[in-house]
Design a protein around this ligand. Structure first.
Ligand SMILES: Nc1ncnc2c1ncn2[C@@H]1O[C@H](COP(=O)(O)OP(=O)(O)O)[C@@H](O)[C@H]1O
Ligand SMILES: [Mg+2]
Length: 267
């Protein structure tokens, strides 16, 4: 189309005849099925997501149990090494415990990808939630030489959400933003009421390189990552959490910089 947008059309054509069966013309009907097609794709995608979620959550349980016993025995071993003054061996145990904690964190993300645990929907103040995790984000920002901006907005209505899950969403999105700012830059968090008054919008903007068009459709897919050490689970978990609260996440990235907008219901 002239406006550079892509449409999917269903085309139907036939001849037109008069009473004597003489051909008097023809018709072609173009029907715009763009919405129908994208709806189909959406349903397929959420089916696939649900399946991946179930598998991941099932596997995660199986991994967590042996991990717990390995961790327990390692802690016992560490005590033994301590009592025998075996510093080098104690160091090895520390490394192993660290690695186990990393696996545990990953497993926890898997579990969230499946059915979320008891979600506690409450009236909460978004600014309080953000201020609660600001020190963590600030730390991460300083570590990556990133400048951090938080524009608190007063007089926002409370949102209806799960506080702990919401923290996780903001942490994930801010972490991505900071990771995109490899040469420094600015991460900005802005809060505002959606024009229609039904959502509170949290915008997380970074001045990073942006997301290429061929990547942007995939970033919410589980296990999609462009990072060497990435899990590709961050955004899919965020998406799941926000959807369960009746909200949505949008991303816009044109040229330089990226903005993630998290909309949380407030009525
Ligand atoms: N702020 C951002 N700027 C650029 N790319 C981003 C940004 N946020 C997410 N992405 C892209 O989305 C991908 C998926 O993100 P995520 O699901 O959090 O997984 P991970 O961070 O483990 O790669 C990232 O690998 C990256 O390519
Ligand atoms: Mg991430």
């Amino acid at each position: 189309m002239n406006n550079q947008e892509r449409y999917e059309l269903l085309l139907d054509s036939n001849l037109l005849r008069d009473n004597e069966d003489q051909i008097v013309g023809a018709y072609i009907i173009f029907k715009d099925v763009t919405n129908l097609r994208s709806l189909e794709a959406q349903v397929q995608r959420s089916d696939r997501l649900a399946m991946i979620g179930q598998i991941a959550a099932g596997t995660a349980h199986e991994i967590r149990n042996p991990l717990t016993s390995i961790k327990g025995f390692l802690q016992v071993l560490k005590k033994t090494f301590e009592s025998k003054d075996m510093a080098k061996e104690q160091g090895y145990i520390d490394v192993m415990l660290d690695e186990i904690n990393r696996v545990n964190e990953l497993v926890n993300e898997f579990l969230l990808l499946g059915k979320p645990k008891n979600v506690l929907l409450q009236k909460i103040d978004v600014s309080t939630v953000i201020k609660g995790i600001l020190p963590i984000i600030n730390n991460e920002a300083i570590l990556h030489k990133v400048h951090m901006n938080y524009e608190e907005s007063s007089g926002l209505p409370p949102v209806i959400a799960d506080q702990e899950l919401l923290k996780q969403v903001f942490l994930n999105i801010c972490k991505n933003g900071i990771e995109a700012l490899t040469d420094g830059g600015t991460l900005t968090i802005v809060e505002r009421l959606d024009p229609d008054g039904r959502f509170v919008n949290i915008e997380v903007h970074d001045t990073g390189p942006g997301i290429p068009v061929y990547v942007i459709d995939k970033i919410f897919d589980p296990f999609f990552t462009t990072k060497e050490e990435g899990t590709g689970l961050g955004l899919s978990v965020c998406q799941r959490i926000i959807h369960d609260m009746g909200g949505h996440i949008r991303v816009s990235s044109k040229g330089y910089g990226t903005t993630f907008t998290v909309s949380i219901p407030c009525t």
